[in-house]
Design a protein around this ligand. Structure first.
Ligand SMILES: [Fe+2]
Ligand SMILES: [Fe+2]
Length: 162
C-alpha cells in the first residue's frame, strides 16, 4: 500500500534537493576555510556537509519505504568566496533558519492531510533542526568569545563525532 501522498512526495523530493543543497553550501564554506588555512573550520564544515547528505538520505529512504517515487532536482551552484569568517557563520545561521522553516512547511502539509506516517517521520527533523540551529548559533557565540580572532577561534573549534 502506498502510504505517501502525491503532495508530500513532491515536497519531500524538493527537500532532498535542499538537504543536498545544504551539503553543497557547507562544502563551499569548507573550501573557503581551507584556502584560508583555517583547518578546523574547514573540517567542521566538511563534517556538516556530510551530515546534510545523511538528511537527504533519510528523505530518500522514507519515500521509497512508503511507496513513493524519488526525483532528483537541480542543485544551484554555491559560493566559495566569503568576506570573513563572520560572513560564513551568518550564512550558516540564516540557512539553518530557512531549513527549519521548510521542514515546518512539510509538517504543516502532512498535518493538513492527516498523513500520520509523514508527521511521525518529520518529528526527527524538528528535533534535528533545534540542534542545527543551536550548533550554528554556538559558532557565533564562540567566535565573539574569541573576540573574532580567526586563528584563535579556529584552534578552539572542534566537533563531537556523531
Ligand atoms: Fe539538514
Ligand atoms: Fe542543517
Amino acid at each position: 500500500m502506498v502510504l505517501i501522498s502525491k503532495e508530500i512526495n513532491e515536497i519531500m523530493n524538493a527537500q532532498i534537493m535542499k538537504e543536498l543543497g545544504s551539503a553543497y553550501i557547507y562544502l563551499g564554506i569548507s573550501t573557503w576555510a581551507e584556502e584560508k588555512s583555517l583547518h578546523n573550520m574547514a573540517k567542521w564544515f566538511n563534517a556538516q556537509a556530510k551530515e546534510e547528505y545523511t538528511h537527504a538520505e533519510r528523505f530518500v529512504n522514507y519515500i521509497i519505504e512508503t511507496g513513493g517515487h524519488v526525483e532528483y532536482q537541480t542543485i544551484d551552484g554555491v559560493k566559495t568566496d566569503f568576506e570573513s569568517v563572520e560572513d560564513c557563520i551568518k550564512a550558516t545561521i540564516e540557512h539553518e533558519e530557512y531549513i527549519t522553516g521548510e521542514i515546518k512547511k512539510i509538517l504543516e502539509k502532512a498535518m493538513e492531510l492527516k498523513e500520520y506516517e509523514a508527521i511521525e517521520m518529520l518529528q526527527w527533523f524538528i528535533k534535528e533542526q533545534i540542534e542545527e540551529e543551536a550548533q550554528s548559533n554556538e559558532l557565533m557565540t564562540t567566535y565573539i568569545l574569541f573576540r573574532k580572532n580567526d586563528a584563535l577561534w579556529d584552534q578552539h573549534l572542534h566537533r563531537d563525532e556523531e
